[in-house]
Write a protein that binds this ligand. Sequence first.
Ligand code: ATP
Ligand code: ATP
Ligand code: MG
Ligand code: MG
Length: 877
Amino acid sequence: MKILKIQTLRGPNYWSIRRHKLVVMRLNLEDLAEKPSHQIPGFYEGLVTALPSLDDHFCSPGCRGGFLSRVREGTMMGHIVEHVALELQVLSGMEVGFGRTRETATSGTYQVVIEYLDEQAGRYAARAAVRLCQSIVETGSYPKAELEQDLQDLRAYWADASLGPSTESLVREAEARGIPWLPIPARSMIQLGYGAHQKRIQATLSNHTGILGVELACDKESTKQILHESGVPVPRGIVINYMDELEEAVEQVGGFPIVIKPLNGNHGRGITLNIDSWKMAEEAYDAAKEVSRSLIVERYYTGRDHRVLVVNGKLVAVAERVPAHVVGDGRSTIEQLIEWTNQDPQRGEGHDNVLTKITVDRTSWKLLDQQGYTLQTVLPLGEVCYLRATANLSTGGIAIDRTDDVHPENIWLAQRVAKIINLDIAGIDIVTSDISRPLRETGGVIVEVNAAPGFRMHVAPSQGIPRNVAESVINMLFSPGAPSRIPIIAVTGTNGKTTTTRLIAHIFKQTQRVVGYTTTDGIYIDDYLVEKGDTTGPQSAQLILRDPTVEVAVLESARGGILRSGLGFDACDIGVVLNVAADHMGLGDINTLDDMARVKSVVAESAMPNGYAVLNADDPLVAGMARNATAQVAYFAMNPDNEIVRAHAQQGGLAAIYENGYLSILKGDWTLRIEQAIHVPLTMGGRAPFMIANALAASLAAFAHGVRIEDIRAALMSFQASADQTPGRMNLFDLGHYHALVDYAHNPASYEALGGFVKNWTGERIGVVGGPGDRRNEDFVTLGRLAADMFNRVIVKEDDDTRGRARGEAAEWICRGLEAANQRCPHEIILDETKAINSALDRATPGSLVVILPESVTRAIQLIEARNPVGHTTATQ
Ligand code: ATP
Ligand code: ATP
Ligand code: MG
Ligand code: MG
């Protein structure tokens, strides 16, 4: 077997609208192409031995063992690779289940599609699955050690990919509320929501968290000071910088027992609690000094440690934190007890898991010593041995939910404290013997206030009810009903995408919003160019959706990007499909018009249920996309009598049509006239029918999203398809005694569309034509035929970039088309584009129209402008 290509999809795609994370592997089965699994001796047995858990794959039989029975009876290797790749991920802790395998037009070559959770792991699993199957084919088995290594690598990818537990809880909650999110490639920040409605988080800091509050909380002494001034009980203590201040400090806080801690520390580092001797105090001083220059000496308060979480002014959870400890069983040593405790699958390293493993360190030895134990002591039944003084989960502590126990007065106090420190998300540490009684009565204190408190102890406490604290944060960032998305209008089709995208952007501009749009020319925000180039892929879409200034996104979504990586957004409000015609055939394993329609249908199907799929009713392949759309459907049609539109309107549906020279919206029984085509410059005074179609699509998309007719009208009348604004789209230049038209048309459908305009020209029509070298021979012949039909005289040229073809070959094929056409059409070949254009312009007859379909629009326009055109216009001649 040979892997030809692996692609990673990240959004709605050809294979699935709902499953965005897929790896697509193009796989040549080579000698296995002719051999289903039952004809490979020992394969079934080898596979079952290597991966017995494949028994869980139901596959088409729909029952346990279903897939394996297919292997036994005979199935193709691509299909087996698919299941193995999925299983390898499952065995490494990634729950995936979606897969597809299809043979391509190249016999023996398959597309194997597998779901992933982590991109790198997905690609790895695809490769490993091929390796595993190949090994079983060749040797009858896959070495156990290899499999172990694969699984280990996959687990490592997964561990690297996982977000921290707090971030994870926030992201899950956002997903549950339908709020899209994206990782920001800096400082582990996460973007929630799109464009202007986005919010950011970094762990549990939000973009409402103020720097003043964070800095105050990080300074424990100032925190205590400000709380003390407000009458909040805090430990009595002072800050020292030198050893010789220690003795007096101890005295000032009322003598032993005391606590020494770094002034600005966290996670319990450098803290010693319950210091009751001078010797211990000296050691504690040194330990704290390692973390911070200034130290806090304060009274030690006995009691239990609580973490109170206040979000947006409301107490949302309380956890009691118990330091790392083991409980005796009367038989085992402390060392054994630690080992067993750590075997709990909930305990991981660091913050990765719900709990953290207990490690024995300097403080543990001290505590053991204080308690009169060693690691070898057999702990009596029920006896508790503490291995840490502080209760941080990250050092092996556990958390017990106490949310329902907290006394109302303590709730009031905690909420007040969060406000005083001025944190939207605050973790307040309270030491008290009983949280269900007011601190006033128990003599409890507020030890400190934490910015960016961890959520792990609340969402996954070791005991008690888990609290969905993430919900309060998300509700704070996006109050119920507030938008998190910006309108996304996605545009696809074979021809007219860029023009329609620009026009839609122009219409939305009339609503005083900042519009971000991507096209084959570049990315624009508020009509300023952000990046030049063919920017119709998902990265460009994401640039727009990440931009905090963008209020509306209009995204040209081309076939290439959809096939390569899926759409760059999870769903759109309006999905526009203009047309499906033969172009790019044979690329990306898309060989038929139906296949191509399925690719473009991704845009229609990604429209949200409360949004619209805007479909061309005159194009049966596009109209058919209504079947799979979950959104409402709105149709546009040049033909006012189109059956589909009529039936749709009768049922109260929304549509746009061209009737009696008007671009009009149909809404149920009502006809809302937008404007006469002759007043819409883009339509060249109504003489370019395909531009009318584009304008209908754009108007309908905007209207479906609630834009007023007046705004649409104003936009249609002011949108200039000038060479500056839409280079290469029907740019007409007046050169005095003749005209020149520059257009991008490069496939049969766009030639035909262009013909609709050109054939109305009264003077001589001269064409300068060619086509991209990677199209099929028959496509060139078709272009030739169409050119013969449209022009009185043709110059055939070629692109500078022949895309792998021998120079002159494409031109030859086009000439065959010209010659095969009914109409005799004089033609000549001038391969060099510049020469061809100049020759045509030099020899233009009075009143004629020279139509240039260039590779480089910029160059063509330069050549024309060198001849000082009177002006260029798109409206009337
Ligand atoms: P974290 O980052 O986990 O909040 P930290 O390093 O910021 O910890 P503190 O919160 O100041 O340190 O102290 C850690 C724990 O030590 C407290 O939660 C509390 O249980 C205990 N503690 C701190 N100061 C005192 C005190 N004066 N009296 C009693 N216990 C204390
Ligand atoms: P590309 O695939 O190159 O990005 P596109 O779909 O973005 O193209 P435009 O750039 O808007 O399309 O238009 C390119 C050319 O296609 C136009 O100059 C015109 O010749 C033709 N065209 C535009 N709209 C249509 C249409 N609705 N039907 C057929 N042809 C069209
Ligand atoms: Mg603390
Ligand atoms: Mg385009």
